[in-house]
Design a protein around this ligand. Structure first.
Ligand SMILES: [Zn+2]
Length: 287
């Protein structure tokens, strides 16, 4: 996470409120013109939560609407959360360092199939299960991915093991408008190709980022600003940034409302104020 856009003054102003009893905190919040995040407040039976319930845990919000609580800092978000629609949910996990992260993400819609084998991926899926590790950012902390070599828990994409050098191809998303545009070719999740894909959902056009990670190499000549057709090769499966595990990490993220991903600093492109992880089953075609 970059610290450049954090507002330490906001954290300093709001964080001390956490330690106040509920009634005093309400008064203090009103005085500071800070509202609690718009998260459904559930009063569990037999327990009292004076914060918000996130993944069956009582969390005490410190940040205003439109801000995210990351590592104790209130991070302003570029897009107004109120404009993001009902699809965006809030969850939390603990990283290996012990850092508690509250994040937003887009869970699988109930109307799309749960079975990963029902979907089309950028790599061949014949002959068995294509996905070795699925999207788990919608699960409670304890059920998210853990690993000795991982600095963070949780998995915001799908892992697709394949022989080294297998071509990874552009998948046209459901409801996609026009051809995907190359946003980035370079180091991010190992050697990575990032595409911008515009999808119509109802009356709204959303920009999705699709991330092809841990590539052995990108397709020759592929460069930022190019448009690619569905089925075109964008790179070759490898293990860069994940040495010893040859696979494609395929991740789908939705850009925040109002964010132009072509104008964003790539170092910030996966930050929550720019884009939020999305269960890829929401947009991948079925087979
Ligand atoms: Zn992965």
């Amino acid at each position: 996470m970059s610290a450049r856009r954090w507002s330490p003054w906001a954290a300093l102003a709001v964080a001390p409120l956490v330690w106040l009893p509920a009634r005093e905190r309400e008064g203090a919040l009103a005085a500071a013109s800070v509202r609690a995040p718009e998260v459904t407040h559930i009063e569990p039976e037999g327990a009292r939560c004076d914060g918000v319930m996130v993944a069956e845990e009582c969390l005490r919000p410190r940040c205003a609407v439109g801000e995210l609580d990351l590592d104790g800092f209130c991070l302003p978000t570029a897009g107004a959360v109120a404009d993001e629609g009902a699809a965006v949910a809030t969850n939390a996990h603990t990283e290996r360092t012990g850092r508690r992260v509250i994040y937003e993400h887009i869970p699988r819609r109930p109307e799309v199939p749960e079975d990963y084998d029902r979907y089309v991926y950028p790599v061949p899926t014949e002959g068995g299960h294509a996905v070795s590790s699925g999207y788990d950012l919608d699960r409670p902390d304890a059920q998210q991915r853990r690993g000795a070599g991982l600095h963070a828990t949780g998995h915001g994409g799908v892992d697709l093991p394949q022989p080294r050098g297998t071509p990874a191809r552009v998948v046209s998303l459901r409801g996609e408008q026009g051809d995907p545009e190359v946003v980035y070719v370079g180091r991010l999740f190992g050697t990575t190709v990032l595409l911008r894909q515009v999808v119509r959902e109802g009356e709204t056009l959303w920009t999705y980022l699709t991330l092809y990670g841990h590539l052995d190499a990108p397709a020759q000549g592929l460069a930022r600003g190019m448009f690619v057709r569905p089925g075109a090769v964008v790179g070759y499966v490898g293990d860069t940034g994940a040495e010893g595990f040859v696979h494609l990490h395929y991740e789908v993220r939705r850009a925040r409302a109002g964010v132009d991903v072509m104008r964003e600093d790539i170092a910030r492109i996966t930050e929550q104020e720019v884009s939020v992880p999305c269960d890829p089953r929401n947009v991948l075609p079925w087979r």
